[in-house]
Design a protein around this ligand. Sequence first.
Ligand code: SAM
Ligand code: SF4
Length: 513
Amino acid sequence: MTQDSQGQDPVPGGKFYIKTFGCQMNVADSERMTALLAEQGMSPTDRAQEAQVIIINGCTVREKAVHKAVSMLGGFQELKKEGKGPVIGIGGCVGQLDQGALFKRAPYLDFVFGTDTIDNLPEIVHRVRSGERHVVFAEFDKSMDYSTETKIHGHKAQAYVNIMKGCDKYCTYCIVPFTRGKEKSRTIDEVVNDVARLVAQGVREVTLLGQNVNSFGKGNSNTQQREPRELHNVIGKVGPRLGEENFPQLLRAIDTDPRCAALKRIRFTSSHPLDFSDELIECYAPAQNGGVARLAAHLHLPVQSGSNRVLQKMGRHHQIEGYFAQMDRLREICPDVGLSTDLIVGFPTETDEDFELTLRLLDRVRFDNIYAFAYSPRPGTRAAKMADDVPAQVKNQRLNHLLDYQLQIAEQTYASRIGRQMEVLVESEARNQGMLEKREPGRGERVWTGRSTCNRVVNFVSDSPRNFTGRFVEVKITAASSLSLQGELVGQDPMPLTGQPAMVAPSTGEVVA
Ligand code: SAM
Ligand code: SF4
């Protein structure tokens, strides 16, 4: 770092604002940026107007997401007057693809960085704050291995842990392999040490992240030294490759490490049906039957379409019958598992009959939640060369119909949970005033929201002045809607977290008193 004649950093401290678009991986990247800049003496703010550094962490998965990021950038232009004001950067997947081309359209933009250069952020910020302009750091890391250490900012009960990066699946519609590069995995030892360190800092729930965590271990440095072993999945293909460290082994290594004893939940996302092995399904069994005790009873397994013809055009390499078999087997082993998926409507050549098969898929699997998207051609992908022949209006009709249809299913599945007691990790105070209105006057001052092990949103009211963020509480479910459950706190006080004076919910940044 350059220093002035007194040996001082010429641009120390100040505030930074980060706006994040996209998936959990982008959220995890923003958390890392926050920790890196905080280590430099800067503090985060949620008001762009008071920041000296503004960063947009953008997503490129759909065209709309790119537009959002770029139009937000335009909105920040007025903060820069006569060469004064904040320095502004764009990063993440948008930065990776852009490589500095945006400087022409937005000359007030100061820096661009990519998905593999986040750790250079302190240097980049220092350089632009020292007067350099149009700095670009968007090289891909070309090394074979992936090694990192998770960084979180402040005390937190939840943390995202990248266990791998990139993707080798090349689904025909998807830009991720171009923005995040080749698939590379950390080693099991490194991830377990990382999780143990987070647990020592007070983390009680980790979400293991990768574009397809089911292929974790492929080609990492430990893999070469392993004995070959055969793995199959319900689809009948060999799942994770022979002889490699794999994802179920990672789950078990975390679960049994004594340093991770205080960890309560392990989640993971995202998965691909092709690599979703029988061995992973066995991890969902009760602990006494050989399952992974801390594994949350939730699975997000993107299926994308109910039509085998469309799946083939999407380059997914799995068929719908295999997906049903996987879901059936999982429910046999873990009947209360919460299931969610991703779906794309309006993929090239999708007919009404194909779409009907996607609706039948919802009937068959009865997901708790779906993430549905209208197909958006992404430049450079194989699907972008196909005619985008489903009109926008039809895409939107199908999307709305699909979402409405799912809401009806979820209403029934959620209602079946009434009367149950659930352990909930509280994420924040909620704005659900409707719940307060239903209460007798004087009862229940605040509504709190969190998630059950099966990833259902659970809201509850409490009379206590106490801040529940980051705590595990028991809630008895008394009512349900198609999006969430509502309940009563069981017992007066939640379980204390030993030695943790204050916790922060990652989503809100709220500090617990
Ligand atoms: N790797 C993860 C996976 O396979 O599930 C996540 C990939 S992507 C960030 C999340 C979702 O975006 C995908 O599952 C897919 O449903 C959707 N998606 C990806 N590309 C898309 C496109 N071109 N148009 C519409 N939706 C898309
Ligand atoms: Fe994209 Fe397919 Fe990789 Fe998921 S698995 S990131 S959808 S290419």
